[in-house]
Design a protein around this ligand. Structure first.
Ligand SMILES: Cc1cc2nc3c(=O)[nH]c(=O)nc-3n(C[C@H](O)[C@H](O)[C@H](O)COP(=O)(O)O)c2cc1C
Length: 168
């Protein structure tokens, strides 16, 4: 029987939407989720893959600086990203978000899943409310557990492939 490879979920979230997806993914894949700042060498060396979650603010992923700081350590791993944002269906904006945030050295090992974000205007800090500039998007209701399915299936397929093609 195929065993799951070892992996962890690392994510950042400001208002909880990315965290919600991370919890659903954790429940499905049964792998731990940890704060990116706690991903030390010993945890990383035990991992075959990482599931990395991040929202996007003003075009910038919250994990951007962490990715650039850690790119030598991450470049040997399979990386499954879930990127939580409002423009999750816009191909040009998606391409731009990747180009602006993901170090080129990581791109070969990455897979990207864009998931719908949401904005609760009442919860925003004064600064974020100012950045939204009164353009409150209509409430989004499609943050659902179903959205994680393609990512979960991809990670499972990766695990199955490793077992089939791995050393005897
Ligand atoms: C001030 C502000 C700026 C945002 N900028 C972007 C953006 O540039 N592109 C985008 O697609 N979504 C943008 N969003 C939407 C967020 O990515 C979305 O609200 C996401 O669900 C936040 O996730 P979190 O709760 O995990 O922090 C922005 C939201 C706010 C409040």
């Amino acid at each position: 029987m195929a065993t799951s490879p070892d992996g962890v979920i690392v994510y950042k979230s400001r208002y909880g939407t990315t965290q919600q997806y991370a919890e659903w993914i954790k429940k499905e894949l049964r792998i731990p989720k940890i704060d990116p700042e706690r991903l030390d060498g010993s945890i990383l060396s035990a991992c075959d893959f990482l599931v990395i979650g991040t929202p996007v603010y003003q075009g910038e992923m919250l994990v951007r600086d962490w990715l650039w700081l850690n790119q030598p350590r991450l470049s040997t791993k399979r990386l499954f990203f879930f990127i939580v944002c409002l423009y999750f269906t816009d191909a040009e904006k998606r391409r731009q978000m990747i180009a602006d945030n993901i170090p080129g050295s990581l791109l070969g090992g990455c897979e990207f899943h864009f998931l719908p974000g949401r904005v609760n205007v009442e919860a925003l800090t004064a600064e974020d409310a100012r950045l939204m500039n009164g353009q409150a998007p209509s409430p989004l209701t499609h943050v659902t557990e179903e959205r994680i399915r393609p990512l979960v299936e991809s990670v499972r397929a990766y695990g199955a492939g490793r077992v089939i093609s791995g050393p005897a």
